[in-house]
Ligand binder design. Structure first.
Ligand code: XLS
Ligand code: MG
Length: 346
């Protein structure tokens, strides 16, 4: 029996957040980046994921030379701590040029800004020695349908992806779909849309995807099925595990904290597809509750990792032989109960 592979874990600096929400200010004093880096290894994580301006703060006003210098300094610190950079994502939802979208803005100057910023993000990824560019297309969508031409926006997205693929022959684009928020409707809401638009680009084999559990749930889909679907194309290159309690604002809840059985099924899907064997990371895109005290600030991340490892044991100890006998007998009621009782433990 082949040795079961172990998983490598990751989070981003934004996952240690200060508790602000649309109805109230931060409740925790911001921690330094150094503090966040120190927590990573201490709690059994292997990599950090970055927005471009996490890696190089205030990058818009800096020269390419300055950006490269700061990115190299960060790389040296990461190397010294034995921390890998999992990916770099262009943050195309803060700058005023992204008010009406970035790649799909109605303003050609803003579209040009988004593409130039994405090239800078690729330069930073190079310095951090990762070939993965995650594209969460936050503002690529509409508040009212008539404000944009959705057909033209597909072309705008392909044009932006092609510009990135042409700018650097080694990078891979990992599209992170989400059906809404901040937009009323986003243009790439599911894995199916992400993999379909990949086929329109100049180099489809370098355009894959990232699944976030909560985003699949917000689209009314099952994250485990989305994982299997993406893996069928060999294109699940990154993963944001978390949880979501129903169709409301994106909650970024700790993994498994609401849908434990779905979390179990997500790990079953990762296992049968060998996710992680080609260097992929399990990232927890989770946020602490606003009520979380500073002394418990990492718990949402350490709990997510702990739940993952406990459920991995459950997946690997599940009696597949008996389960398959029930499947062969189409006795799904007994199979259902078998899963529940396995999860509950004897
Ligand atoms: C949304 C995204 C976001 C990061 C990465 O879930 O993952 O959290 O900005 O782009
Ligand atoms: Mg995410």
């Amino acid at each position: 029996m082949a040795k079961a592979h172990s998983y490598k874990f990751c989070f981003g600096p934004w996952n240690i957040s200060e508790g602000q929400d649309p109805y109230g200010p931060p409740v925790r004093q911001p921690q330094t980046f150094d503090w966040k880096l120190a927590q990573l290894k201490k709690h059994g994580f292997d990599a950090m994921m970055f927005h471009d301006d996490d890696a190089v703060p205030n990058l818009d006003g800096k020269s390419a030379k300055q950006i490269a210098k700061e990115a190299r300094e960060l790389k040296k610190r990461l190397d010294g701590l034995g921390i890998a950079a999992e990916m770099v994502a262009p943050r195309l939802w803060f700058h005023p040029n992204t008010i009406d979208g970035a790649y799909t803005s109605n303003d050609p100057k803003c579209r040009a800004y988004a593409i130039e910023r994405s090239k800078v993000c690729i330069d930073i990824a190079h310095e951090l020695d990762t070939d993965l560019i995650v594209l969460w297309l936050a503002r690529e969508g509409s508040y009212i349908r008539e404000s944009k031409n959705a057909r033209r926006c597909v072309d705008y997205l392909v044009e932006a992806f092609d510009k990135m693929l042409g700018y650097d022959k080694s990078i891979r684009l990992s599209i992170e779909p989400k059906p809404n928020e901040p937009m009323d409707h986003a243009y790439i809401p599911t894995i199916g849309h992400a993999l379909a638009i990949a086929q329109l680009t100049r180099d489809p084999k370098r355009v894959g995807c990232l699944i976030e559990s909560a985003h699949a749930i917000l689209a009314g889909l099952d994250p485990a099925d989305e994982i299997d679907f993406a893996c069928a194309f060999g294109k699940l290159w990154s993963l944001h595990l978390n949880d979501q309690n129903g169709l409301k604002y994106d909650q970024d809840r700790p993994f498994g904290c609401t849908n434990l059985r779905s979390a179990f099924d997500q790990i079953r899907a990762l296992e049968r597809n060998g996710y992680g064997k080609r260097g992929e990371y399990v990232c927890f895109d989770v946020h602490p509750f606003r009520t979380t005290k500073e002394e418990h600030w990492l718990d949402h991340l350490t709990n997510s990792r702990r739940t993952f490892l406990r459920l991995l044991e459950k997946v690997r100890s599940f009696d597949e032989k008996s389960a398959q006998a029930l499947v062969a007998d189409r006795n799904y009621q007994a199979l259902d109960q078998m899963v529940i009782e396995h999860l509950m433990g004897k």
